[in-house]
Design a protein around this ligand. Structure first.
Ligand code: GRG
Length: 301
């Protein structure tokens, strides 16, 4: 029986908890803020997308070893750990300076700035380790494991998330064109989300045409995700979101609602959603990705 989305999220949470406990044993005081950051209540959209893409690419129909599910979920931890690092650093006073995240004080508020910088730095190599271990558990040949790590690190780096974050900071309090905003969203958010989808296809050993479809799905759903994030920053409830709303306006950020208005932004998110769903329609098992796509568009946190 295919697990429901909630069951899959619970399995990913269990893998996170179990793997971190094992991996951080004996690492000293850095273990506590790492666990605090990672085990907070995140939506786990990125690991869900990885598993959804693997299913969509036909991975679910292939032979899975007895410990295959755990290995699959371990590989899925890679993008979640990169994402958590980005949240910890994004919240720092020198970045967006936020006090609340995932419903509780941010890592620098709870443990201090030095610990928060080191927590983020430690999460990145942990992410690579999770993917390497997961790929080995799935029995993937070394070049495929290397490709998975290459996809994740490219999306996280100067040409992806870090580069996008810098563009985002440089654009504060400036007039920004819609095209420039799309570049920021692509870099800071959509590249990592797309990497989850590409990695799912690669881990399933899918044909390149399928992997390309999953990447295009991921880019479109990533752009939808950031557009909805911008909308929620204006309309969402802080207690529901677990972070303070209205920060974009306070920081003078360019956002989709600030350029297109709320209705225009909603229409844009739906358009990205349609583009995304069109990409996966021909795939073997697109059901899970469709469900996650709807969740991205309809979310209130
Ligand atoms: C400081 C070296 C250095 C690098 C900075 C901070 C950073 C790299 C990048 C920031 C990228 C970023 C935080 C983009 C925003 C993406 C976004 C909308 C995050 C919220 O994701 P959710 O809603 O969060 O999935 P949960 O908590 O559910 O996991």
């Amino acid at each position: 029986m295919t697990p429901t989305l909630d069951e899959l999220r619970a399995a990913i949470d269990a893998e996170l908890e179990g793997w971190l406990s094992e991996t951080l044993q004996g690492t000293g005081p850095i273990a506590e803020p790492i666990r605090y950051a990672v085990l907070a209540k995140g939506k786990r959209i990125r690991p869900l997308l990885f598993v959804g893409a693997w299913e969509a690419a036909g991975g679910v129909r292939g032979p899975i070893a007895a410990n295959g599910a755990s290995a699959l979920h371990r590989t899925a931890l890679g993008p979640e750990l990169v994402h958590t690092y980005s949240l910890v650093h994004d919240d720092l006073p020198c970045m967006d300076d936020d006090d609340l995240r995932r419903g509780r004080p941010t890592v620098h508020v709870r443990y201090g700035e030095r610990a928060a910088v080191m927590t983020g730095a430690a999460l990145l190599p942990l992410a690579i380790r999770a993917v390497a271990e997961g790929a080995a558990g799935l029995g993937l040949p070394d070049p495929v494991a290397g490709r998975l790590i290459g996809i994740l690190t490219a999306a996280a780096g100067s040409d992806g998330m870090v580069g996008g974050q810098l563009l985002d900071l440089l654009a504060e309090k400036k007039r920004v064109s819609f095209e420039a905003l799309a570049r920021i969203h692509l870099g800071k958010t959509a590249r990592l989300i797309a990497a989850c989808c590409t990695m799912g296809g690669v881990a399933a050993r899918a044909p390149e045409e399928t992997v390309d479809r999953l990447t295009r799905f991921g880019i479109a759903i990533g752009l939808a995700f950031q557009t909805v994030d911008d909308i929620l920053d204006v309309t969402g409830s802080s207690s529901r979101m677990g972070k303070i709303g209205g920060r974009d306006e306070a920081l003078g950020k360019a956002t989709t609602p600030s350029i297109l208005g709320l209705e225009g932004a909603r229409a844009r998110a739906e358009q990205f959603g349609r583009e995304a769903l069109g990409e996966i329609a021909p795939l073997a098992e697109p059901g899970r990705l469709r469900e996650i796509g709807r969740l991205v568009l309809d979310r209130d946190r």
